[in-house]
Write a protein that binds this ligand. Structure first.
Ligand code: ADP
Ligand code: MG
Ligand code: MG
Length: 353
């Protein structure tokens, strides 16, 4: 019998378009003799549209877009499907969220999966939520003694009460250059690099447009090294990769529009650096209680220090994204990687039973 997969994509998030592209790639890579694939498109307003089971992979992204938009409430339909499968003692479908950012990578949709009591791919509620909030994530890393840059955080209320006090504190504790980021976002949205008080003021205003909480970090001049983790209780590590952005930093445009950023895999780093990256990445995975997959991102400073920047619980996942490429170079190609993620999702569900 074929394994049923509900592929969730789109989503109420700034990374909606990226998610659509990812879904298209994943569908095309799935073995249709093994899987029965149902796309579930989540609109920007957060409405779920369940589509018909795909007979064959769509040839273009447009074709996927055109495929039957039945305007019923997809979420209710999915819940009905699951209830029915349970009632009939059938094998449960697995949910595969290809969602980034808010409402997709932040634990909210994972909470729904938990309530539905159904297998799903990737990280659970806690890891997703903690990984999405850069302040919480860094606090947990700090508590575990992982090396990272200095940071401070403010919420909008604190800032509005005493703007100059906030800037003073940044200058005292962090200094320039610094990076100002919304606490809960990805894809470099709302992030600015600041060299002066004037830029800092502008950056605060910008970041607060996206979140009620922001983080300010010491800016380091460093190489950017990333590694993939795959598994549950004892995850495996991929080779390391390096990102060489042409832009001032790895911003949204560099990530998705330029195609100009060079990915070097495997990264040209000494073996001891790679070992250190692995060691910290595995600790970070454990600290945040991750499962399935994680991409851990690092700064490698001029004097060889390895600092963890962040982990991404739903990293970019097109075939030309870093995470799948890291695995390809490690010997696991895109279709096999997807198979493994589905298998780890099922395993995680059995563990909980
Ligand atoms: P996102 O979750 O949106 O990817 P990041 O924290 O990874 O946010 O920041 C995006 C990019 O900005 C990084 O890949 C890096 O190029 C640059 N950057 C972020 N923080 C720093 C920092 N503290 N020092 C130097 N560069 C940074
Ligand atoms: Mg991120
Ligand atoms: Mg990043």
């Amino acid at each position: 019998m074929k394994k049923r997969i509900y592929l969730l994509y789109g989503g109420k998030s700034a990374e909606h378009e990226v998610s659509i592209r990812t879904a298209f790639s994943v569908i095309c890579a799935l073995d249709f003799t093994k899987y029965e694939v149902t796309p579930v498109y989540i609109t920007k307003d957060g409405n779920w549209m369940k589509r018909d089971v795909l007979k064959e992979p769509p040839k273009t992204m447009d074709e996927l877009e055109r495929q039957l938009n039945r305007d019923v409430n997809g979420l209710i339909e999915i819940m009905r499907d699951i209830a029915q499968a349970k009632e009939n003692g059938e094998q449960l479908p697995i949910l595969f969220p290809l969602l980034h950012g808010t409402n997709g990578e932040d634990g909210t949709v994972q909470g729904l999966f938990e309530i539905l009591n159904i297998p799903f791919v990737g990280n659970g509620v806690l890891a997703s939520a903690a990984g999405m909030d850069k302040v919480i994530m860094k606090n947990l890393f700090a508590q575990a003694g992982l090396p990272q840059v200095k940071y401070v955080s403010f919420n909008r209320f604190e800032w509005e009460k005493n703007e100059d006090g906030a800037y003073d504190e940044v200058e005292k504790k962090i200094g320039y250059p610094c990076f100002v980021k919304p606490a809960n976002l990805g894809s470099s949205v709302g992030i600015s690099k600041c060299q002066s008080r004037e830029q800092l003021q502008k950056a605060f205003r910008e970041a607060f447009q996206f979140d009620r909480k922001i983080i300010i970090e010491q800016g380091v001049e460093a190489r950017e090294i990333e590694i993939g983790l795959l598994g549950n209780e004892s995850p495996e590590c991929s080779v390391a990769g390096e990102i060489i952005p042409k832009a001032e930093f790895y911003d949204y445009k560099a990530k998705y529009e330029d195609g100009n950023t060079a990915l070097v895999i495997p990264a040209d780093i000494p073996n001891e650096t790679y070992e250190r990256v692995k060691e910290i990445a595995l600790k970070a995975f454990k600290v945040l209680d991750c499962s399935g997959l994680v991409r851990a991102d690092f700064f490698l400073t001029k004097n060889g220090e390895v600092l963890i920047n962040e982990i991404n619980t739903m990293p970019g996942f097109t075939p030309v994204s870093m995470y799948p490429l890291l695995w390809k170079h490690t010997g696991i190609d895109y279709p096999e990687l997807i198979d493994k993620l589905i298998e780890f999702g099922c395993e995680q569900y059995r563990e909980k039973e």
